[in-house]
Ligand binder design. Structure first.
Ligand SMILES: [Zn+2]
Length: 405
């Protein structure tokens, strides 16, 4: 179970506690005091919470199940139990529990909304998109400002590439956000706007596409893909200067993403009568940001392609110091060394530098706390657990679900 899953369970628990408070008040007003505290004051409940916080999910389920048996009034405990089963991957069981809760008599509107929210999360996890959409929409009918429902609806629409629907939901979320969350909202809106631009571009509607990309930049001036696409459209129209202007603007507003425009600019400068401008640009970037290894790599490739492999090699060694784990740097170094007929002194300099800069030569990671080490350790120095280290390999995103469990 990942950290996210634990967080989701805790959030659900807090939501449950809030609902619980509302429920108690309701019951008091109703004049019928039903002691749901009986469940909360039981040792099983306290133990369950402790196991939950320490990420021991099976034990948490065991204790919370015992606590839930003490009364049928502690709705939130059952809600959390369902959520824990969902996070364990037992979606069917989670759906059963949450649907059972919906059958309980006298649910308040708010309780109803939260149980539906849990059910929506179950459906989403199980891949039942339509039923998830239905559940979250129903939550919003009962509780129009429910942020969890809005965020989940947004993600469902994004997964189906319904960018406009997602955009409207993000606008709704932005209305209820704190001022410090607004930049993030603007950023998300800008990315969604960029996606709408890409759709228009694929459909051949260039003016609409351009308008979307420009409005994305208005929303957040750091939206790199919008500059790239605007430039690509200009280039396709034969407007090389304007294409270059868009890509240079990207470098200005978002220097950390400058490299995305390198290949494009390298090809475009000669077409605008500035054949030597690309290396100048790289040198300017290196001067402004001394540890920019990507500009060094780009300049090295440029020089190597123009009969200066020795100059390229020096740049690549500098790039290696800034990013010793970057395979693309090592690959370029070997290509350059081959061009230089594997000159022994250069190979030795490379090996010497690698030995001194590569921090994790054989990376291992603690499965429990993600602590990294350069060798296999039997006990983790951070979380003190035994035998939790595995060799760290980068796996494709699709496999992460399996490796986490
Ligand atoms: Zn650890």
């Amino acid at each position: 179970m990942g950290d996210y899953a634990l967080l989701a369970a805790l959030v659900a628990l807090l939501v449950g506690l809030t609902v619980g408070k509302a429920w108690e008040r309701y019951k008091l007003r109703d004049g019928r005091w039903i002691d749901r505290r009986k469940a909360r004051e039981s040792p099983h409940y306290i133990l369950g919470l402790n196991f939950l916080v320490s990420n021991q999910i099976d034990l948490a389920i065991e204790e919370l199940t015992r606590a839930a048996r003490l009364t049928t009034e502690a709705l939130e405990i059952d809600m959390v139990l369902g959520n824990l089963y969902r996070e364990k991957g037992q979606v069917g069981r989670a759906i059963n529990i949450h649907q059972g809760l919906l059958q309980r008599p006298k649910l308040t509107k708010l309780e109803n909304a939260y149980v539906l929210l849990c059910l929506g999360l179950d459906f989403r996890r199980g891949g039942f998109v339509d039923r998830a959409l239905e559940a979250f929409t129903e939550v919003l009918r009962l509780d129009p400002r429910n942020r969890y429902a809005l965020v989940n609806l947004e993600k469902l629409h994004e997964e189906q590439h319904q960018w406009l629907e997602a955009y409207h939901i993000r606008q709704e979320l932005a209305k209820g956000s704190e001022p410090e969350e607004q930049p993030r909202n603007q950023q998300i809106l800008a990315f969604l706007e960029t996606q709408l631009g890409e759709v228009a571009r694929k459909q051949g509607d260039a003016p609409a596409a351009r308008a979307k990309f420009e409005s994305a930049i208005d929303l957040d001036p750091k939206t790199a893909p919008a500059y790239l696409s605007l430039g690509d459209m200009k280039l396709a129209d034969g407007q090389v200067e304007q294409a270059i202007a868009n890509w240079e603007r990207l470098i200005e507003v978002s220097p950390e993403r400058a490299y995305l425009a390198f290949d494009r600019l390298e090809a475009a400068y000669p077409r605008s009568g500035r054949p030597d401008h690309f290396p100048d640009l790289c040198r300017q970037i290196i001067q402004a940001k001394p540890n920019d290894w990507r500009a060094r790599l780009a300049l090295a490739r440029y020089l190597a392609g123009r009969a200066d492999p020795a100059g390229a090699f020096e740049l690549l060694l500098e790039a290696l110091v800034s990013n010793p784990h970057g395979l693309s740097v090592h690959e370029e170094i070997w290509k350059t060394l081959l061009r230089l007929d594997l000159e022994r002194t250069l190979v030795e300099r490379y090996m010497d530098l690698t030995g001194r800069s590569v921090f994790y030569l054989d990376p291992h990671v603690c499965l429990r706390c993600r602590y990294r080490s350069t060798e296999l350790l039997w006990q983790c120095p951070q979380c003190h657990e035994w035998n939790t280290f595995v060799e760290e390999r980068i796996t494709p995103a699709k496999d992460t679900e399996e490796t986490q469990n």
